[in-house]
Design a protein around this ligand. Structure first.
Ligand code: SAH
Ligand code: SF4
Ligand code: F3S
Length: 476
């Protein structure tokens, strides 16, 4: 297999990032409910967060979750459409699930999430084993849809909403390490980047009640959690107003409210859009020690003409100005990461070089890197020709990946010889004698266990690094 085709991401990801592109399977909630739900999530963190909402709705409906598909009465795949490969993965998985369904014909199969929204009822025709198709804004209707399937019909609800935020639903935490949790603060996206399917699959942007977000963070603290990540496609455009119009909360203000929940709670957020990130947000980050000094600020390209074709609504200069503001307000140590797309429509070699030179300038700690995959119905699919040959896309992606490996290593070397405050998330992958956690900048730090345990904050002196990891020793 060509490593680059398969390598959507480089391999210096944190466990959280790796998890974000791997399948997550539901955990057991054995409370004696009559039926069992097995749920797998694909795509971004928003989907993982939605699966926790879905599990909560299904729990009320009489379903425990199971991690064993063979025990399931109901199987949900919460799907992603962002690139063609993401959809292909789900179709392949349906092929495998067919094997279980043959052994247990009464097993119900549901497709949730972005693929459900994109393909709607045609999914029922294309994939015969699917019983229900439910879009991201229709999860409250799941009990009715399940009843329909129980009654022998197929069921579809892909209505998008302008209001739904599931604010009042208490998510059932799946695959949780008991230390860090995601909180969705908004849904949808109004940006219409020309390559992107999300505005079509997730609908209009809407912000969730600020007080329900703060309450969720408080409950997590009460349950022993130490870190929350506030999620949205574009968190900087968060804007919520109380119904009586007396109060309005922007993202910087929300960040402050969540930071004030507890000084022991680390606050992270994702994703920041370069056009919207304000100095107010950067100053709020500076003001609170528990807001992590790390920003995911996807550039997509380093060339202004390509950025315009992508409809990103900023140019190279604007982006670099935002990076300069981050460095000026939060210092050189603030972590910055990016998403990059190689081989977008009409991109020339010189324009590709601009992406590499932008990466040199910014010195990203890491990036998610992709080659362009045309998505039906998007602005780019309708207006632009996908004219860069696959080999060229792959070669440019390989160059971007190589550049990122260089800058990741540079950035990690700067961390050697310093003490970092690490929140322990569990054992390291390689040994139960070592613990793994992340520092403020979201980098994975591995060190000898001694008497420390999951959930502890530990000061670690870093003595070595690789492209993706810092290695150190606890110093108290
Ligand atoms: N809201 C986030 C991005 C969410 S999608 C933002 O604006 O930054 C995650 C990433 O997938 C994008 O940043 C982009 O780099 C990539 N992506 C989206 N559509 C793509 C496509 N059609 N082909 C390749 N990569 C794509
Ligand atoms: Fe897609 Fe752009 Fe919205 Fe991000 S901001 S989800 S890339 S349309
Ligand atoms: Fe994929 Fe939908 Fe997220 S398309 S990246 S799961 S919003």
């Amino acid at each position: 297999m060509d490593p680059i085709v398969d390598l959507d991401f480089i391999d210096n990801r944190t466990p959280e990032q790796a998890a974000a592109c791997e399948t997550k399977v539901s955990e057991e909630t054995n409370t004696g409910k009559a039926r069992k739900l097995y749920i797998e999530s694909y795509g971004c963190q928003m989907n993982f967060s939605d699966s926790e909402i879905v599990s909560s709705i299904m729990f009320e409906q009489g379903f425990d979750t199971t991690s064993n598909i063979e025990q399931a009465d109901l199987v949900f795949l919460n799907t992603c459409s962002i690139r063609e490969k993401a959809e292909q993965t789900v179709r392949n998985r349906l092929g495998q699930i067919n094997y279980y369904k043959k052994k247990k014909p009464e097993m119900m199969i549901g497709i949730l999430g972005c693929m459900a929204e994109r393909l709607k009822k045609s999914l029922l025709e294309e994939e015969k084993i699917v019983d229900l198709v439910v879009g991201p804004d229709a999860y409250r209707d799941l009990p009715n849809l399940i009843n329909e399937v129980d009654g022998g019909q197929k069921a579809v609800n892909v209505l998008l909403s302008r209001e739904e935020t599931y604010a009042d639903i208490n998510p059932i935490r799946l695959n949780s390490n008991g230390v860090s949790a995601f909180i969705s603060i908004m849904r949808g996206c109004d940006n219409m980047c020309s390559f992107c399917v999300v505005p079509f699959t997730r609908g209009r942007e809407r912000s969730r009640d600020a007080y329900s977000i703060v309450r969720e963070a408080q409950q997590l603290v009460e349950n022993g959690y130490k870190e929350v990540t506030l999620l949205g496609q574009n968190v900087d455009s968060y804007k919520w107003a109380s119904e009586d119009g007396t109060e309005s909360v922007n993202f910087a203000q929300l960040l402050e409210k969540v930071a004030l929940v507890s000084p022991d709670l680390r606050v992270r957020f994702s994703t920041s859009h370069p056009k919207d990130i304000t100095d107010e947000v950067l100053h709020t980050m500076k003001k609170y020690d528990n807001i992590c000094k790390y920003i995911h600020l996807p550039a997509q390209s380093g060339n202004s003409r390509v950025l315009e074709l992508m409809n990103r609504t900023y140019d190279r200069e604007w982006y670099l100005n935002r990076v300069d503001a981050i460095r000026a307000i939060l210092g050189e140590d603030c972590g910055i990461s990016s998403d990059m797309i190689a081989g977008f429509c009409t991109e020339t070699e010189e324009e590709h070089q601009d992406t590499l030179s932008l990466m040199d300038y910014v010195q990203y700690d890491y990036s998610y890197m992709f080659f362009y995959s045309e998505r039906p119905g998007t602005l780019a699919a309708r207006k632009l020709e996908d004219d860069i040959p696959l080999e060229v896309k792959k070669r440019r992606l390989a160059e971007i990946i190589e550049k990122q490996r260089e800058t990741s290593l540079n950035r990690n070397k700067r961390d050697v010889g310093k003490v970092h405050r690490v929140l322990v998330e569990g054992f390291s992958k390689k040994s139960d004698e070592q613990l793994s956690g992340r520092n403020d900048q979201n980098k994975v730090v591995i060190f000898d266990k001694k008497h420390y345990k999951k959930g502890d904050y530990v000061n670690v002196f870093v003595h070595d690094c690789s492209v993706g990891t810092l290695f150190g020793e606890a110093v108290g």
